[in-house]
Design a binder for this molecule. Structure first.
Ligand SMILES: C[S@@+](CC[C@H](N)C(=O)[O-])C[C@H]1O[C@@H](n2cnc3c(N)ncnc32)[C@H](O)[C@@H]1O
Length: 216
């Protein structure tokens, strides 16, 4: 008999994530990423224009950004997540442009110079960085948050595998390698308190970055 683990390793991103969402992954996590809320509260994220939520999952951040005033495109590979997000948005009377697409190995994943804000929260895909920067209009903001490598990840919120975590400083270095000019608006790397899906208190090691594309 094929074990669940073996089955998982043979399947596509779409199948793997669909299975996770069907099994209830993140179903209790309806609050937006704390970093986005912090940037809104600080007046950095201003709520005007179009926003793109990359690997949006069930759309907790898409809904938050739409509520701030953005027209939101929300992309994810998992149809189950998109369906759950769309259902939630419908119940809340909110409009999001949901797109079910695989972002791996795509030549042109996003529209060029189309967004005043792009967010990529907890989805490690550095190969998308040039496309994310090209997707921003002049002065557009890119916000990235990843789980960061840390000793003893078992005690932390997020993946235990270092493969799904980034090294300190890695995201900024990879963005600079695109050759597209930007300014760093905000950066944080370290431990943060975070409510776990079961409602208890936890700790996450995160790498957070907010940059602004230079006008050119
Ligand atoms: C850890 S979840 C983060 C979801 C969301 N950003 C959030 O903060 O709640 C990672 C997401 O990446 C999506 N994903 C994985 N591989 C993908 C791919 N190749 N293309 C698009 N989305 C993908 C998954 O379906 C999942 O929703």
């Amino acid at each position: 008999m094929t074990s669940k683990l073996t089955k998982h390793s043979q399947i596509s991103d779409r199948q793997r994530w669909d299975l996770r969402y069907r099994e209830g992954a993140y179903s209790a996590r309806y609050w937006p990423a704390a970093y986005l809320k912090q940037l809104v509260d600080a007046g950095v994220i201003a709520g005007t224009g179009s926003a793109l939520d990359v690997a949006c999952g069930r759309g907790r951040n898409s809904l938050f950004l739409a509520d701030q005033g953005y027209r939101v495109d929300a992309v994810d590979v998992a149809p189950v997540a998109i369906a759950q997000g769309a259902n939630l948005a419908l119940n809340l009377g909110m409009r999001i442009n949901w797109q079910c697409r695989d972002l791996a190995h795509v030549r042109t994943p996003f529209k060029m110079r189309a967004y005043s804000l792009i967010v990529m929260i907890r989805f490690v895909a550095p190969e998308l960085f040039p496309h994310l920067l090209q997707g921003l209009d002049a002065d557009g903001l890119l916000v990235i948050e990843e789980h960061m490598r840390w000793p003893q990840t078992e005690a932390l919120v997020g993946p235990t595998s270092q493969r799904f975590r980034v090294a300190p400083g890695e995201v900024l270095v990879q963005l600079r390698q695109t050759g597209i000019e930007f300014d760093v608006v905000d950066q944080f790397e370290g431990l943060v308190k975070e409510t776990k899906d079961d409602g208890t208190d936890g700790t996450a090691a995160v790498s957070r970055l907010c940059i602004r594309r230079r006008t050119s």
